[in-house]
Write a protein that binds this ligand. Structure first.
Ligand SMILES: *Cc1c(COP(=O)(O)O)cnc(C)c1O
Length: 395
């Protein structure tokens, strides 16, 4: 019986270039983004300029984490205490956490069978909840029909904040994920597409929102140092009314992220080769259902999701266990117990009462989720998929 032995949580090491840049920052002693000789741009400034360019957005702010980015992006977009914010029922815990952090209330929207936000439920809940904003999580890289989604946002006058933790490098209809909404958030945490341990990025074309985000991040009135920021006139009033919620990025992290950004598009190709290899094998197994993806979607296959629609919860739990015995680590969002990174909406007990989410229950009950780290070769991915098929076919 073939087994797989590599770790699903092992990321590739950083390049010599990134390590060299980090060493240079440490030698300089100037790790703080504002500890820069006059007239010189810090590593953090340069990262912001480069990421804004990559995204095709006017402004960018680097900060301490993806969750922090979402928190201040919601505030900068104008979400206030007591406001309702629509968001995906199928997402990760920092998303409802960010909404809670600004005193707003999450209204959870169902997932559809292709693991995207359910647009009919979105339109319906936008109507009945009178929500002010949508925090759209492109969860696990599944991008909803953005044409229809934008129409719903316009019709209901919803602010759109995009959570692009899993879509950095992805696009829809040739337009970068993160360039649809009023403001977008990214994560540079170890398991995302560029790795600084922790970190976040915010992009926007809205000068008021970006000025507010920079002030919230703790700019100590040094916002004029930022090179990917709006003109100083946008700060003049906001600076007295915007509290400092210190959450800046530092130069050490920015220094290791900049070379990774240069490599991002080629890394995306590597992820997609691995994704395709797994997908191809899983298509041979007739009990597995894979999501249908639009031709307009250019996703990043840094993880894969599939369903075993005919299986009961007990059977799914058994598949997870047997795959684990053969070295293949699957996550199951339908589990009643929250475990290592996966938690289901009903374990976020701090949320106010939600309407029934039958569709989400049904989809999550039979959906499995697997990371694809770039330390796996294409052959590794084929072996992994063969193991999954063999477990599914023999259980
Ligand atoms: C990882 C993640 C984030 C951001 O998380 P941090 O760990 O705070 O950087 C946001 N949304 C989703 C869906 C995520 O998976």
């Amino acid at each position: 019986m073939k087994c797989f032995t590599k770790s699903f949580t092992q990321q590739p090491s950083l390049s010599e270039l990134a390590i060299g840049r980090a060493v240079a920052v440490m030698q300089s002693g100037r790790l703080h983004r504002y500890n820069t000789p006059k007239g010189e741009a810090s590593e953090t400034d340069l990262l912001e300029v480069e990421f804004a360019k990559y995204q095709g957005s006017d402004y960018c702010l680097a900060c301490s984490s993806g969750g922090y980015a979402m928190h201040i992006a919601l505030r900068a977009a104008g979400v206030q205490v007591g406001d309702r914010v629509l968001t995906n029922a199928f997402t990760l815990a920092p998303v409802p956490g960010a909404i809670h952090n600004c005193g707003a209330e999450s209204v959870l929207v169902e997932v559809d069978q292709n693991y995207c936000i359910d647009l009919r439920d979105l339109a319906n809940k936008a109507e009945i909840s009178q929500a002010k904003a949508l925090l759209l999580s492109h969860m696990r890289g599944h991008i909803a029909d953005m044409d229809e989604l934008m129409r719903i946002c316009q019709q209901h006058d919803l602010l759109l904040i995009e959570d692009c933790a899993h879509t950095m490098g992805a696009s829809w209809g040739g337009k970068k994920s993160g360039s649809f909404g009023d403001i977008a958030c990214f994560s540079t945490q170890t398991y995302k597409h560029i790795n600084s341990g922790e970190g976040g990025l915010i992009t926007s074309n809205n000068p008021q929102m970006m000025a507010a985000a920079i002030l919230y991040s703790g700019s100590y009135m040094l916002y004029e140092n930022h090179q990917a920021a709006p003109d100083k006139e946008y700060f003049s009033e906001a600076k007295l009314h915007t509290p400092n919620y210190s959450g800046r990025m530092d130069n050490l992290r920015a220094a290791i992220l900049r070379p990774q950004l240069t490599e991002l598009d080629s890394q995306v190709q590597k992820w997609n080769q691995r994704y395709s290899a797994i997908e191809k094998e899983l298509q041979q197994c007739n009990q597995v259902r894979l999501p249908t993806r639009s031709a307009k979607e250019n996703f990043v296959g840094s993880s894969i999701q599939f369903s075993l629609p005919a299986r009961s919860s007990t059977e799914i739990a058994k598949v997870v266990e047997q795959c684990a015995q053969r070295g293949v680590s699957l996550k199951w969002f339908g589990d009643s117990e929250p475990k290592g990174y996966t938690s289901k909406y009903d374990s976020w007990a701090y949320l106010s009462e939600q309407s029934k989410l039958d569709r989400t229950e049904e989809v999550l009950a039979s959906m499995l989720d697997m990371r694809i780290p770039l330390t796996f070769s294409v052959e590794d991915c084929q072996l992994i998929a063969q193991i999954i098929c063999s477990v599914v076919n023999n259980s």
